[in-house]
Design a protein around this ligand. Structure first.
Ligand code: FE
Length: 153
């Protein structure tokens, strides 16, 4: 039904735990979230972790996977939106940083759209919290049944 790996942390006397590096990241205006976050993960060598955040974008491309046909449907929205939530994970596939990000974004009329994020362009701010589980590893493998790149521990 599932597989899992425990996040490795080690107690350090009077100093919390070891195994997690935490960053607060602010992306520059007009950059691609995918590009900037990938670059940051490469710089810090983050291959297992978590990202959460918020911000504002003027373009976002979502990907929907139809489970019946295993066909991807991509759709781009070119309008100003607030990222009301960004949740994602960082892993490794073919020795590269692999990001899996979902967002919910609110439009001018306060309705929301959301889904699996391919990429988005910042127009305003984008503030992310990144956790690097540097003692833990998480890979990916292509899964035929679902059409997804599933975790491989
Ligand atoms: Fe997804």
């Amino acid at each position: 039904m599932y597989q899992y790996t425990q996040v490795k942390e080690q107690p350090v006397l009077n100093a919390g735990t070891k195994g997690v590096r935490r960053y607060i990241l602010s992306l520059d205006n007009h950059v691609s979230i995918q590009e900037a976050l990938t670059a940051f993960c490469k710089e810090k060598e983050i291959y297992c972790g978590k990202v959460t955040g918020l911000g504002a974008v003027n373009s976002a491309t979502f990907r929907f996977l139809d489970p019946a046909t295993l066909q991807y449907v991509d759709k781009t929205f070119e309008e100003q939106m607030e990222i009301t939530n960004l949740t994602g994970n960082i892993s490794q596939k073919d020795n590269q940083v692999y990001l899996h990000i979902h967002i919910t974004a609110s439009r001018r009329d306060y309705t929301c759209i959301g889904g699996h994020l391919l990429d988005a362009r910042i127009n305003g701010a984008c503030e992310l919290f990144v956790e690097d589980y540097y003692l833990t590893s998480a890979g990916r493998r292509a899964d035929e049944e679902t059409g997804l790149n599933m975790y491989k521990f």
